[in-house]
Design a protein around this ligand. Structure first.
Ligand SMILES: [Fe+2]
Length: 326
């Protein structure tokens, strides 16, 4: 738990604006001048008089590391030969920087691809630099946690079910679904949705949690690896928020899109979310490695959907989304 005077000192240090204006907060990116950590902010106003509830999101850390245990496994030894991006634990620097900023939040959520591939070495780095530092941190999983193959051109040697079981044995919480009430005001929900694979247990838990949030007047913040379809024609070519990287993404082919072959359960989860704008005030994702802002039409309202930059970029400076429920 952080010291509030320490937090005040940290945030009284100068930060420079990199992109956006006061009129476009959803497009704004800042950088702490001293520590170099990049951050975005989403402020949700509820009219509550007390201190804001603060949630910090980090995403796509991609720990790429094989230790001696991994190298005794020929499958992982070959992946180590083939996968060079961020090899030999380069992401340690970035996560230390990001956690130095995020530790002042009431809750930290990491939205998937913390591991670059499923290795003992990457799992140990996750424990050391994330859970040992902040034991309450919630980690959604992405696609990378579920594979031992990376740029090898080979299929996994084990079943997906067995890899889920291997991951679950090491994970501090349910890999598929976590929900937690923060200071009796915010309900954080974190779901595994890699490739749109929602299941009926997740659907049931989400249904119950949204009903509970309505009853208790909680603000729901939803965290998952992959973004959702927006259904808006203009989002077929949605530009990244950091104009200089020149990328765009098609948000009409994401989970929930009629163009996709998602399961009936995934469609039901999508319908439930888009009928719940009265309680869900934000969706926060990763996966794309670049930042985007979209809005998902939900009845008469919209749900803001933020995709955050991958943490390793800009020389492992650290990238954090700061969500303030005021
Ligand atoms: Fe990723």
């Amino acid at each position: 738990m952080f010291d509030s005077a320490e937090k005040e000192r940290y945030f009284s240090k100068p930060a420079e604006r990199i992109t956006g204006t006061d009129d476009t907060p959803e497009k704004s990116l800042f950088r702490m001048t001293e520590s170099g950590v990049y951050f975005r902010e989403h402020r949700i106003r509820t009219g509550h008089a007390g201190d804001p509830v603060e949630i910090a999101q980090i995403t796509d850390v991609h720990f790429n590391y094989c230790d001696a245990i991994d190298l005794a496994n020929p499958e992982l030894a070959y992946t180590k030969e083939c996968r060079k991006w961020l090899a030999d634990a380069q992401s340690v620097k970035g996560i230390r920087n990001a956690m130095g900023f995020a530790k002042f939040a009431d809750q930290i959520v990491i939205t998937g691809d913390t591991l670059d591939y499923l290795s003992h070495g990457a799992m140990e780095l996750t424990k050391q630099y994330i859970w040992d530092a902040e034991p309450s941190a919630i980690l959604c999983i992405g696609g990378h946690e579920l594979t031992r193959q990376m740029q090898t051109g080979r299929p996994n040697e084990t079943t997906l079910e067995s890899r889920y079981a291997d991951l679950q044995r090491e994970w501090k919480h349910d890999v598929r679904y976590v929900s937690r009430v923060i200071r009796d005001r915010v309900l954080v929900i974190a779901m595994d949705n890699d490739c749109g694979r929602y299941d009926s247990v997740q659907l049931d838990k989400l249904t119950a949690d949204l009903a509970m949030a309505r009853e208790r007047g909680l603000v729901v913040l939803l965290f998952q690896h992959e973004p959702l379809d927006t259904g808006r024609p203009e989002d077929e070519c949605c530009p990244t928020l950091w104009e200089c990287d020149g990328k765009s993404y098609n948000f009409r082919r994401c989970i929930g899109s009629p163009e996709r072959n998602d399961s009936d359960t995934a469609k039901a989860v999508y319908r439930l979310i888009t009928k719940s704008a009265d309680v869900i005030r934000g969706i926060y994702c990763g996966h794309l490695h670049s930042a985007y802002y979209t809005e998902i039409p939900a009845g008469d309202a919209v749900i803001p959907q933020y995709v955050l930059e991958g943490n390793p970029y800009n020389g492992q400076a650290g990238h954090v989304m700061r969500i303030l429920v005021e």
